[in-house]
Design a protein around this ligand. Structure first.
Ligand code: DLZ
Length: 158
């Protein structure tokens, strides 16, 4: 059966000189904490040194694009993993924030010529989010994918 998630890595990446910023929102913190832990664990598996992983937070997902830009300026990182979790409510709030944040994160890559990983869960229910953070059994922790993706996106184009 096909397994969703990152396929096998195309080559061995050694992240010993890669500097990574993780910027996480503080909304839905149970999900966020697991995603951040998953990303850090995978970065370490790729040999990224602890002192080269900078973690900062912002209030919510809406703040991620501006904060991501600032992470590059303030910390001189090679890549940023913005991590957020949006859960649909009863108004249009979810749609506006999902659209604005994903568009801005994509554009930032071209403005800054730096990789920005899409670490945003956009879920219809809390259960969907907990599954994708590996908190509930049945799915893997997507933060791990984002950690692997960050190292590859820095080293592949060097
Ligand atoms: C206001 C809001 C709502 C309703 N839902 C979420 C959410 O599910 N996930 C998230 O990260 N942030 C949420 N926020 C907060 C906004 O992202 C933002 O922090 C505030 O509107 C202030 O700009």
């Amino acid at each position: 059966m096909a397994v969703k998630g990152l396929g096998k890595v195309d080559q061995q990446y050694d992240g010993k000189d890669v500097k990574v910023g993780i910027l996480h929102a503080r909304w839905n913190n149970k999900v966020i904490d697991a995603l951040v832990a998953g990303a850090i664990q995978k970065l370490k598996e790729f040999n990224v040194r602890e002192e080269n992983i900078v973690v900062e937070s912002v209030p919510g997902a809406y703040e991620l694009p501006y904060g991501t830009k600032k992470m590059f300026e303030k910390h001189g990182v090679d890549v940023v993993i913005p991590i957020g979790c949006l859960i649909k409510g009863s108004t249009m709030h979810f749609e506006y924030i999902c659209e604005a944040v994903s568009t801005q994160l994509m554009q930032l890559q071209f403005q800054l010529d730096k990789p920005v990983i899409f670490g945003l869960l956009t879920c219809l229910t809390e259960e969907q989010a907990l599954l994708r953070a590996g908190v509930l059994p049945g799915m893997h922790n997507h933060g791990e994918d984002w950690g692997a993706c960050a190292v590859e996106m820095v080293l592949k184009w060097k």
